[in-house]
Design a protein around this ligand. Structure first.
Ligand SMILES: Cc1cc2nc3c(=O)[nH]c(=O)nc-3n(C[C@H](O)[C@H](O)[C@H](O)COP(=O)(O)OP(=O)(O)OC[C@H]3O[C@@H](n4cnc5c(N)ncnc54)[C@H](O)[C@@H]3O)c2cc1C
Length: 402
């Protein structure tokens, strides 16, 4: 079969890009080695965030939030249920200065974030004890109550816009003529297209290697849990990010969801495990348990809980903490959409749109050149050095200043 574009990987990135390409009347094939939306994206916390490290990332975050709020108008599909509100809090002087700086910078870049006093933080999140807070920033960032719902909505939108979804069909190679892409071979047969996008998440490096292209990403584990229902939780309470603990909390299914960034995280390359799928991720609850003790004084409700779900998946980290999105050098027709660095779920709405503009029109409405794979063209890091740099980015996700 012949298509205009083939996307490898039907996670948040692949689904959003497929919809946006189809919206531009392109014939799109979306292939996945398992069921669509079954891997890392289905395990996300579903949180959006306007405070970002660069102007471009802020533009992407703001556009994503706008697209979530206007989802039905754009896709014709009912949007996922989402809550609104986000508190970023600092409990030491260095982080208070950091939060103030971030607020100023985010607003200068087009976000809408305000510093609030402790009483206001407590009013917005009554379960939060605020005596020891030294700074708090509030913004109307949304969080999707059930993260699978946004993926389902994009699947429906892909369906109604004529995307050909081919599941349980691993791409085994990207087909080339000289240095130009011709299509993809899957276990179910060959597909032809002049443009192929590698959106294969934790497998993206393996996929691009079949075209002799090196995508320097390192998959790193991330985990969260959800408690059973707790007294006082309201689904419209804001999420909270504790900068010093690198822990986030949000209402979920009547209880609280708690996720944490590990100081000594675990990289896991699927290439090292035959037939790996995210269900086989080794999880370690003791790490989250320890992280929870660091926030219990502020959230006493977390002192005595039982757990309804513990889950985890793989972030695709880059050594500079930025997405890997754009044309891959030296392989005409091959593009990457990966390097999520922990915010691929929320960014996928905008990145799908802007990448589609770049691929089809050549002119994206937001300049994504800072995410382009070109920046790593001359990298000569060993895999060991790359892993160390990516692990550092993961461990400093909430506080890149230390
Ligand atoms: C616990 C947790 C919480 C998170 N919370 C948030 C959050 O609150 N906000 C946020 O923005 N981000 C969050 N993230 C990050 C977010 O989940 C990722 O950034 C996002 O899911 C990445 O999407 P993806 O499409 O790259 O990956 P995936 O969802 O893993 O999709 C990749 C797809 O490629 C397919 N594939 C692989 N190899 C092949 C092949 N050879 N052929 C065909 N298909 C192939 C896979 O089967 C898979 O379906 C969280 C992640 C975790 C683990």
């Amino acid at each position: 079969m012949t298509y205009d574009t083939i996307i490898i990987g039907a996670g948040a990135f692949g689904l959003s890009l497929a919809f946006h390409l189809a919206q531009k009347a392109k014939r799109v094939a979306l292939v996945d080695r398992f069921h669509a939306a079954s891997q890392t994206s289905a395990r996300a916390a579903g949180m959006f965030k306007q405070i970002q490290s660069t102007r471009t990332r802020t533009q992407i975050a703001v556009l994503s939030i706008h697209k979530l709020q206007n989802f039905e108008k754009e896709t014709g599909v009912a949007p996922p249920v989402f809550g609104i509100g986000s508190l970023m809090i600092a409990r030491n002087p260095a982080h208070a200065a950091y939060v103030r700086r971030e607020v100023e910078q985010a607003n200068a870049w087009g976000a809408n974030v305000e510093l609030v006093g402790n009483a206001e933080a407590h009013r917005r999140m009554p379960m939060l004890e605020t005596d020891n807070l030294l700074a708090a920033a509030y913004s109307a960032d949304p969080f999707v109550q059930e993260p699978t719902e946004l993926l389902r909505a994009y699947l429906d939108a892909c369906n109604t816009h004529g995307v050909t979804l081919i599941e349980n069909s691993p791409a085994t190679s990207i087909n080339m003529f000289k240095n130009e892409v011709r299509g993809v071979t899957t276990v179910k047969g060959e597909l032809d297209a002049p443009i192929v996008i590698d959106a294969a998440g934790a497998w993206a490096r393996a996929v691009s290697l079949t075209a002799n292209a090196n995508l320097p990403i390192v998959p790193v584990r991330h985990q969260l849990y959800i408690t059973h229902p707790l007294m006082g939780v309201d689904s419209q309470m804001p999420m909270i990010r504790f900068v010093d603990s690198a822990v986030y909390v949000r209402p979920s299914r009547g209880g609280l969801m708690v996720g944490g960034f590990e100081a000594d995280p675990m990289p896991l390359d699927p290439r090292s495990r035959e037939n790996f799928s995210i269900e086989q991720m080794p999880l370690d609850f003791s790490i989250l348990e320890k992280q929870t003790t660091t926030i219990q004084d502020n959230l006493p409700a977390l002192r005595d809980t039982t757990i309804q779900e513990h889950r985890g998946g793989l972030f695709t980290m880059t050594r500079d903490g930025q997405f890997l999105a754009g044309p891959i050098p030296n392989v005409r027709g091959l593009w990457a959409l990966t390097g999520c660095n922990g915010s691929g779920y929320s960014s996928s709405l905008a990145l799908g749109q802007v990448m589609a503009e770049w691929i089809v029109d050549g002119e994206p409405s937001i300049d994504l050149s800072e995410f382009s794979p070109v920046r790593f063209r001359n990298s000569n890091l060993t895999d060991k050095e790359l892993t160390a740099a990516c692990v550092w980015q993961y461990a400093h996700y909430y506080d890149p200043t230390t």
